[in-house]
Design a protein around this ligand. Structure first.
Ligand code: SF4
Ligand code: SF4
Ligand code: SF4
Length: 570
C-alpha cells in the first residue's frame, strides 16, 4: 500500500500499523503501553497521530493502514493531545523524581521534558495505593503506576504466571496481585520481567545494598564477591558504553575499590555446575532416572515449576545454581583453605537477576548459614559504584582471585539462552567418548528464539535436547512430560526471554537490540577463551582432588546439590 506520512510517500505492508511504518522511516512516535512483543492495546494513546482525511486522532500502534492514507505525526493537534495526556498522567502521579529509582531513566520524565511540560495545569485528588515491599525480589509502588499494562501482559503472555492484573474501575483502577495481596504471597516467580518492561518507577528490585555496605565496614567480615557471566557484557551500559562492551576486568577492579577483599568468578561455579549436571544426566540415562532432566539454574523457572507443576519436581536437576554452588564452596573449601571461621565470610553475588535474591534466602540452600548472604543486580552495582565515586570507565582490568577465578568458555555461555545446554553437551560428550567434540560450538540451540530443539549423537546414542526461554514456551513441554509423551532427554529452561543477558536486574530501558549485542559479546568471550569446556578447568580438577572427590559423590551432594518444595498455585 502507498500512504503518506508527514507529506512523504512511503509504502506499507499488509497488516502493518502506522507506528511500524513510521519507525521504519525513522520518524519517532512516543509510546508507553506499546511493546513490539505484545499485542497492541492502544490504551495510553500517547502515540496518537492525525488522519488528515478526517482530522481524527488515531493510536498509531493499533490503527490498521489503508491504501492512500495520509497521516501527520507532528501536527499542532497531535502535539496538544500528547501534551495533555502527559499532563493528566503527571496530575495523578507523585512528584517524587528526586528520590525515585528511575530518576534519569524514566519514560514519563523524558516525555514531560520532550513535550515542554513546565507547570502543573491539572491538580486534584491523586489515586492512592499501598507500597508492597514484602517480596525478597520485587517492590511495587502503585502510586507511580501509569496503568500502561505492560507488566500485566509480560506476566501473563510471556511468563504464563498471571501474578498481577488490573483491579477496580475508573479512577480506582490499579495493577496488583489478586485481592490486592503482596507479591510475596502469590505465585510470582520473582523473574523481574515486569520491571524490565515498566516505563516508570512503579516496579523495582528490592535493594540489597545496605547489608553489603555494613559487611564492607565490619572489620570482622571478609567480603567475597562473585560476578555472573551476563553482568560483564551489560554493566558498561550504565556508564555510557556500547551494549555488549566486555568489562570483566573493570568490574573486578571496581569491586576492590568498594572495599571488597576477594573477587571470584561465577563462571567457575558454572563450570562446576556442568561437571555435576552432565554427570547427573548420564547417571539418569544409564540407571533409568526421571527423564527428561531439566536444568535448575534459573530460580524463576524453579519456582514456576514448584507452583504450577509440583508433580514434575523429580525432573529438575538436583544441582544448585552456579552462584549458590560457589557460595557454598566459599564457606567450606575456601574457608578451610585460608583457615577462617565460615561465619566471618560474607558472600555477595552480582547477578543480572532479581529471582536470585529470593533463591539466596531459600532454606534449602545453605546449612546453618546461607550459601550466599546478599545478591545485587547489575543495576544496583552501578548505583553502588556511583555512590562510592568510582570512575568506572577509567579503571584498569584486574584479574580474579584464586582459587575460584579460573573459568572456561562453557561457563561463560551460561549467560545466554541455550548456553547451559551447549556447555553440558561439550562435557557429556567428553565423558562418553573420552575426547572433545570436533566442533566445540553446538549451533542448533543458539539464538534468542524461545524454543530450540536438536539431536546430539553421543557415541552412537542420540540425545534429544531442547532449550527454552520465556516460561510460556515451556507449557507444552511440561504437558507432554505430564502425559508421558515427551521424547526429550534434557531440557534447559531460562525464565527470562533470551536468558540471563535479559534478566530482570539488567540495565534499563529494555531494548531487544541491546540484548542481541550482549549475546554476541558472550559468544565472543567464549571464542576467545583458551579453554572452552568445563572439564578442562584446572582449578575445578584440583577442587575435586583436594575436597569434593567424585562428581555426584557424597561431598558433592552435601555441598553442591539441593531439593525443591511444592508450592500453591495462587
Ligand atoms: S516514575 Fe518517573 S516521573 Fe515518576 S517519580 Fe519516578 S522518575 Fe519521576
Ligand atoms: S516478577 Fe515475574 S512473575 Fe512476578 S509479577 Fe513480575 S513478571 Fe510476574
Ligand atoms: S506497574 Fe509499570 S508496567 Fe505495570 S502497568 Fe504500572 S506503569 Fe505499566
Amino acid at each position: 500500500m502507498n500512504i503518506s506520512i508527514n507529506n512523504k510517500n512511503v509504502w506499507a505492508g499488509p497488516g502493518e500499523t502506522i507506528l511500524q511504518v513510521a519507525n521504519r522511516e525513522g520518524i519517532k512516535i512516543p509510546t508507553l503501553c506499546y511493546l513490539k512483543e505484545f499485542s497492541p492495546t492502544g490504551s495510553c494513546r500517547i502515540c496518537v497521530v492525525e488522519n488528515e482525511q478526517n482530522g481524527q486522532l488515531v493510536p498509531s500502534c493499533a490503527f490498521p493502514i489503508y491504501e492512500g492514507m495520509q497521516v501527520q505525526t507532528n501536527s499542532p493537534k497531535v502535539r496538544r493531545s500528547r501534551k495533555t495526556i502527559i499532563e493528566l498522567l503527571i496530575a495523578n502521579h507523585p512528584q517524587d523524581c528526586l528520590v525515585c529509582v528511575r530518576n534519569g531513566n524514566c519514560t514519563l520524565q523524558d516525555l514531560a521534558a520532550e513535550y515542554g511540560v513546565r507547570e502543573h495545569r491539572y491538580r486534584g485528588e491523586r489515586r492512592k495505593g499501598k507500597l508492597d515491599l514484602a517480596s525478597p525480589s520485587i517492590e511495587r509502588d502503585p502510586e507511580k503506576c501509569i496503568l500502561c499494562g505492560r507488566c500485566v501482559r509480560m506476566c501473563h503472555e510471556i511468563q504464563n504466571v498471571g501474578a498481577i492484573d488490573f483491579m477496580n474501575r475508573g479512577f480506582n483502577s490499579q495493577v496488583a496481585p489478586a485481592l490486592d495481596r503482596s507479591l510475596n504471597t502469590v505465585a510470582c516467580v520473582n523473574c523481574g520481567q515486569c520491571i524490565v518492561v515498566c516505563p516508570v518507577g512503579a516496579l523495582r528490585e528490592k535493594s540489597s545494598q545496605k547489608p553489603i555496605w555494613e559487611a564492607i565496614n565490619d572489620p570482622e567480615k571478609i567480603v567475597v564477591a562473585q560476578i555472573a557471566p551476563a553482568v560483564r557484557v551489560a554493566l558498561g551500559e550504565e556508564f555510557g558504553m556500547e551494549p555488549g562492551t566486555i568489562v570483566t576486568g573493570k568490574i573486578v577492579a571496581a569491586l576492590r575499590r568498594l572495599g571488597i577483599e576477594v573477587v571470584f568468578d561465577t563462571n567457575f561455579g558454572a563450570d562446576l555446575t556442568i561437571i555435576e549436571e552432565a554427570s547427573e544426566l548420564l547417571r539418569r540415562i544409564q540407571l533409568g532416572g526421571e527423564l527428561p532432566m531439566i536444568t535448575s539454574c534459573s530460580p524463576g523457572w524453579v519456582k514456576y515449576l514448584e507452583h504450577f507443576y509440583p508433580d514434575l519436581i523429580g525432573h529438575l536437576s538436583s544441582c544448585k545454581s552456579p552462584h549458590e554452588m560457589e557460595g557454598a564452596l566459599v564457606k567450606s573449601y575456601y574457608a578451610k583453605k585460608i583457615g577462617v571461621d565460615p561465619n566471618r565470610l560474607f558472600v555477595v553475588s552480582i547477578m543480572p537477576c532479581t529471582a536470585k535474591k529470593f533463591e539466596a534466602q531459600r532454606p534449602e540452600l545453605g546449612s546453618d548459614q546461607p550459601d550466599v548472604d546478599a545478591v545485587v543486580t547489575t543495576r544496583e552495582l552501578a548505583r553502588m559504584l556511583r555512590t562510592a565515586g568510582v570512575d568506572f570507565s577509567r579503571l584498569p582490568d584486574e584479574p580474579f582471585d584464586d582459587p575460584m577465578g579460573e573459568s572456561t568458555g562453557a561457563g561463560t555461555i551460561f549467560g545466554v539462552a541455550g548456553g547451559v545446554m551447549e556447555a553440558a553437551i561439550r562435557t557429556a560428550r567428553y565423558y562418553l567418548t573420552g575426547h572433545d567434540m570436533d566442533f566445540i560450538e553446538f549451533t542448533p540451540i543458539r539464538g534468542l528464539d524461545g524454543v530450540k530443539a536438536a539431536e546430539v549423537n553421543l557415541n552412537g546414542n542420540i540425545l534429544r535436547v531442547a532449550a527454552i526461554n520465556g516460561l510460556k514456551n515451556m507449557e507444552r513441554f511440561l504437558e507432554d512430560i505430564r502425559e508421558k509423551k515427551s521424547a526429550f532427554h534434557f531440557i534447559e529452561v531460562m525464565a527470562c526471554p533470551g536468558g540471563c543477558i535479559n534478566g530482570g536486574g539488567q540495565p534499563l530501558p529494555y531494548d531487544p537490540e541491546k540484548v542481541r549485542k550482549r549475546a554476541e559479546a558472550i559468544y565472543h568471550l567464549d571464542r576467545t577463551m583458551p579453554k572452552r569446556a568445563s572439564h578442562h578447568n584446572e582449578a575445578i580438577q584440583k577442587l575435586y582432588e583436594e575436597f569434593i572427590g567424585e562428581p555426584g559423590g557424597k561431598t558433592a551432594h552435601q555441598i553442591l546439590h539441593t531439593h525443591y518444595i511444592e508450592r500453591e498455585a495462587f
